[in-house]
Design a protein around this ligand. Sequence first.
Ligand SMILES: [Zn+2]
Length: 171
Amino acid sequence: MKASRLSFSLGFQHARLLIRGHNTAQLEKTGLKPDDINIVVGTHGHSDHVGNLGLFPDALIVVGCDISQGDLYLPNELADGQPYLIDDHVSIVPTPGHTGRDVSVLVKDTSVGVVLVAGDLFECCDDEDSWRALSENPEVQEINRKVALQTADVIIPGHGPRFKVHRDSTN
Ligand SMILES: [Zn+2]
């Protein structure tokens, strides 16, 4: 199987890479060139999460619930709450709340378990006092945060280092 190489929120740091301007040095540090990236995910449309899409003219581009390749918009049911499967291990899942069209990337079977690249569903590990003020729909976001904490072993938030989810096995 050919693994999909994803750039999240134009974005990773391992799974998040920010490309500012047309400086691709941060990408190249990983040994990859823009041509090597076949899927780019902007978890939502805020300008600090999307940019430089033109560096990836042949990639599948996901921005929120919109999925396109070249000039073609691909049908999907993200806005109706359904995941978009990339392969057996990777899927785009709808996680609205912060905006109405937020998505996250769910990666199964990694060496650290299930990883969720969550965009601004989580601002950072300790965002309990801050995320609601940044949310278009805190009620919906709260539900999606709970689901994420039940699903993922590791969460990569929008604005902080990855964190491990500690689940109490008694509840
Ligand atoms: Zn945002």
